[in-house]
Design a protein around this ligand. Structure first.
Ligand SMILES: C[S@@+](CC[C@H](N)C(=O)[O-])C[C@H]1O[C@@H](n2cnc3c(N)ncnc32)[C@H](O)[C@@H]1O
Length: 159
C-alpha cells in the first residue's frame, strides 16, 4: 500500500555498463534514449562533515561522493558529502559532451538523473562534475600549440 512519503523509483532499461573505457567503468546507451527521459532515481547516503574528513577522504569512496547541502548542529547551512547509490556513482564526467543532468532532492534524499537531449545508442552517458576535478580529464580539449594559436589568429578577418 503506497503512502505519501514513498518515493517512486524509475530506471531507464536501455543502459549498459562498459568496463574497459579510458575513464574506467561507464554507463552507455544500449538503445536510443529520447531527451528528458528519467535515467535513474538514486537514494543518497549523507555523510557527516567530520566523518568525511576523518574517514571517507582516506578511502576510494572519496572519488565517488557528491557535495550535499546540509545543516550543522547549530542549524547553520554547510556542505557535506553524500554517497550516491544506484547508477549515480557510475556516471563519468565530460566537460563538453554532457548529456545527462541531475537534480538533488534534499528533502527526500534522492538525486534524479534525466537525459538532457536525445542520446544515440552507443553513446556514453556523462554528467558534469563541475570545474574542480581530482583526476586528469581524458576528454579535455587539447590546448593549442603556439604555432596553432598563431595560425588561428591569422585566420580571423575583421570586415
Ligand atoms: C564517480 S566515479 C565514475 C565511475 C568510475 N569510472 C568507475 O570505474 O568506477 C569517478 C571516477 O571516474 C573516473 N573519471 C570520470 N570521468 C572521467 C574523465 N572525464 N576523465 C578521466 N577519468 C574520469 C575518475 O577516475 C573518477 O575519479
Amino acid at each position: 500500500m503506497a503512502n505519501s512519503s514513498d518515493i517512486p523509483l524509475q530506471r531507464c532499461a536501455d543502459l549498459i555498463i562498459k568496463s574497459d573505457t579510458p575513464k574506467g567503468r561507464g554507463v552507455f546507451a544500449a538503445k536510443d534514449i529520447p531527451a528528458k527521459t528519467v535515467i535513474d532515481v538514486c537514494p543518497v547516503l549523507v555523510l557527516g562533515v567530520q566523518e568525511n574528513v576523518d574517514h571517507i577522504e582516506h578511502t576510494s569512496l572519496y572519488h565517488y561522493t557528491y557535495n550535499w547541502p546540509t545543516e550543522n548542529d547549530r542549524g547553520e547551512k554547510t556542505v557535506s558529502q553524500a554517497v550516491i547509490l544506484g547508477l549515480g556513482s557510475m556516471f563519468n564526467h565530460s566537460t563538453q559532451l554532457q548529456n545527462v543532468v541531475w537534480e538533488r532532492d534534499t528533502e527526500r534524499l534522492i538525486i534524479i538523473y534525466r537525459s538532457q537531449r536525445d542520446i544515440s545508442a552507443g553513446e556514453e552517458l556523462c554528467i558534469s562534475y563541475g570545474s574542480h576535478l581530482t583526476f586528469k580529464d581524458v576528454d579535455a580539449p587539447t590546448p593549442l600549440s603556439p604555432e596553432e594559436e598563431l595560425e588561428q589568429f591569422n585566420q580571423i578577418h575583421l570586415d
